[in-house]
Design a protein around this ligand. Sequence first.
Ligand code: SF4
Ligand code: SF4
Length: 199
Amino acid sequence: MGRAVQKDDCNFISLSSIHRESRNFVSRIIRDSGVNPSDCYQCGKCSAGCPVAFAMDYMPRQIIRMLQLGMIKEVLSSRTIWLCAGCAACYARCPHNVDLPRLMETLRMEARESGLVAEKKVRIFEDLFLRSVERYGRVFETGLIIGFNIKSGEFLKDVMLGPAMLTRGKISLLPHKIKDGGSVRRIFARARELEGEQR
Ligand code: SF4
Ligand code: SF4
C-alpha cells in the first residue's frame, strides 16, 4: 500500500543532512507540533493500524520518512495529511510515542499556508465546520451541509436524505446556540492570536 519513497533507506536521518530550507521547515514543524520526525525508526506499526490507510497516497510511516529526507513539497501536497482522521490509533501503537495526529494537524496548517492543499473538499468541510462552531458554539449541521454543497459544487449531494433526517430530529432548520457562546468565540480569537505570534 502507498507509493514508494524513493530516496536512500538508512534508518535515522539527522536534520543537518538535509537542505537548509527543508531543515528550517522541519524545525518549525518540531516547534509547532512537539513531534520530532527523527524519533521515528520506521517500524511501520502506525501504518499497519491506521483505519484510513487504504485511501492514503502515502502511509503515515512514509510521511515521517519524507520529513526525515526533507521532501517537503511531497508531504504538503499529499492526500494523506487531509485524510488522517485524528483517531490516534497510530499514537497508541507507536513504540516511540510519535504523536502522528498532532504532526498531521501541523502539516495541514502548513499546507494551508503554502496553498498546497490536495484534498480541497476536506478543507472546505473543515473551514465550514470551524466557522459554524465559532458562530453558534456547536455545529449547525443543516447550514454545514448546504454550505458544503454550494462551495463544493455538488448542489444536490445527499439532498434526498434531508427530509428523513429532519423528521427524525437528526438535523434542524435553525441553529441551536449554546449558553456561553462568547467563551467559544474567545477561544477562536486566542487561537488566531497564537497563530499570528508563531508566524
Ligand atoms: S509506529 Fe512510531 S516508530 Fe513506528 S513507524 Fe510509526 S511513527 Fe515511526
Ligand atoms: S491518527 Fe491519522 S494516521 Fe494515525 S491511525 Fe488515525 S487516521 Fe491513521
